[in-house]
Ligand binder design. Sequence first.
Ligand code: NAP
Length: 311
Amino acid sequence: MTIQILFSAKDDRWPQYNGPLTHALQQAGITDFNLSRDIAPEAVDYIVMAPNGPVQDFSPYTNCKAVLNLWAGVENIVGNPTLTQPLTRMVDHGLTRGMVEWVTGHVLRHHLGMDAHILGQDGIWRSDIPPLAEQRPVTILGMGELGTACAEALVMLGFDVTGWSRSPKDIPGVRCLNGEGGLRKALSTAQILVLLLPKTPETENVLNVQHIALMPQGAMVINPGRGPLIDDQAMIAALDSGQIAHATLDVFRVEPLPPEHPYWAHPSVTVTPHIASETRDDTASQVIAENVRRGEAGEPFLHLVDPKLGY
Ligand code: NAP
């Protein structure tokens, strides 16, 4: 029987993914398949999707074996009451390496105080020597695929890295903490704080007034996770008071960030337009193809989302 694979994403994604997905499915040994944007719902075996694509009601897909998300974040699908099929999220080599590069780049920018020289070509000889990485405590909230890879890269550079997650972890070179007590401890040393948590009801506003107050005076925040992890009012107040010296923000409650939003004009904020890392079509297609292969072989899917946890 021909395996029917529905592709549901914005129009410009189809020419991008059609070739790599076809190639990856063939490479995975799947020969008899129909990859299309138009398949009768009851005939669909798998949905490959982006959360902002056309499929929002999963109830007509009565024979669908799995919904395979192209994005790492699933907050816009996981609570969908029509979703009864297994949902997988994207864990992709290209996405992970992109995030490692973006996070290490921004950590090094703040650690080395690069702005003083890039923005300060004014004839003043600023000879402050930055500390070594081993003297710079960096905390990462969220030690999943992306947080762990970033922590490992920062450890390789010599940083003093603390990680915080829901469950206990043991990662070489990283001080691993969990639970509310662990969060307080992780924040108390965070001269640079990286947010790589998913957006769930538990993680929303994790960076609030109380938690910001636990951080060292003049700490720096880097958020490539999700906008709602930060209480924006608390963040702006902390930036105004100097409690937070700088925030580099890639994700926001409303995207694109509206031009009138105070983050754009704040002198201590760097806005980047949700570009920290992107799913790469070639490597992501291999992950999708492997999950189709697994589905057909009756093997467990990779990267299954737990609907109760929301990630
Ligand atoms: P992941 O593998 O699911 O990891 C999530 C981590 O967060 C895990 O360590 C998990 O703990 C922890 N966590 C979840 N809920 C928690 C809670 N209530 N308390 C403490 N820790 C909690 O996710 P990922 O692939 O690393 O991706 C992380 C997020 O990055 C995504 O959800 C997405 O929002 C964001 N992202 C952004 C971009 C961008 O371009 N800006 C690109 C890709 C992804 P356990 O390990 O104990 O489960």
